[in-house]
Design a protein around this ligand. Structure first.
Ligand code: 6PG
Length: 254
């Protein structure tokens, strides 16, 4: 695993850096294989990144007909619900870029969560040419870029503290009821995300400074801090932070 930490002075430069990485990884994959497979994150932080990708110069910097869209997780709500990660990506990105509908693979949040997870695992396995067995860290059989955020409790995607799904290495996609939010969520597991070529964490704001330090510099406790599970076996993980989110890094322990 290659680990990178990029701290940008403010949120707009953070978004610039993440957009630049998105376009660079996309074009490398498209040049190499004719396709780019990306798993989008939900929550509020990636909104401005998606809006920037949908605007010039990013929008004409890559061939969107070669882009395949997946999600890292979804809230179990209908696709037009205000909490839907699909709806957020649709409104900020997908409605503004020429990605073929056939390349957009959403998690069906409106269905029974367990069924939705099983169905999405089938979609993922078909997309990654791996009908059976564990995820493979091989070009064309892995996600090129996974976008992730970080919750105040150390969760990422919908991998929440204390959940059995954190250590489910057989499944690619699981459903979990998360008391903390409270709702059912469907999420990719760490094993399929750790097979990815690139993982990008996008974290902004001083409200996240304490958890950023705990996850990156604290003791390893992945059961309590699921973001610590993310370590691509044959890839790169980059933490893109703005200065407020990085304020506590390097500070002497209490
Ligand atoms: C979700 C996300 C989740 C998110 C974090 C951070 O569906 O909510 O996948 O993991 O990235 O909760 O959320 P914010 O960006 O809103 O702080």
């Amino acid at each position: 695993m290659v680990f990178e930490l990029e701290v940008l002075p403010d949120e707009s430069l953070l978004v610039d850096a993440a957009a630049h990485r998105f376009v660079a990884v996309a074009n490398t994959a498209i040049e190499a294989r004719g396709a780019f497979i990306v798993a989008l994150s939900g929550g509020s932080t990636p909104r401005s990144l998606y809006a920037q990708l949908a605007a010039e110069p990013c929008v004409s910097s890559l061939d969107w007909s070669r882009v395949h869209i997946l999600w890292g997780d979804e809230r179990c709500v209908p696709p037009d619900h205000v909490s839907s990660n699909y709806r957020m990506a649709r409104e900020t990105l997908l409605d503004h870029v020429p990605v073929p509908e056939a390349n957009v693979h959403r998690i069906r949040g409106e269905d029974d969560p367990v069924e939705a997870a099983l169905a999405y695992e089938r979609v993922l396995r078909a997309e990654l040419l791996t009908p059976i067995g564990p995820p493979r860290a091989a070009p064309g059989s892995r996600i090129d870029l996974v976008l992730l955020g970080l919750g105040h409790d150390g969760h990422t995607a919908s991998l929440f503290p204390g959940k059995a799904s954190l250590h489910d290495n057989a499944r690619w996609v699981v459903a979990d009821h998360v008391h903390a939010v409270p709702m059912w969520r469907v999420t990719l597991t760490a094993s399929v995300m750790n097979a990815a070529a690139e993982v990008v964490f996008l974290v902004s704001g001083d409200a996240k400074a304490a958890i950023v330090r705990t996850v990156l510099e604290g003791p390893r406790r992945p059961q309590e801090l699921p973001a610590q599970l993310i370590a691509p076996t044959a890839g790169r993980v980059t933490w893109f932070l703005d200065a407020p989110a990085a304020t506590e890094l390097g500070r002497d322990p209490d």
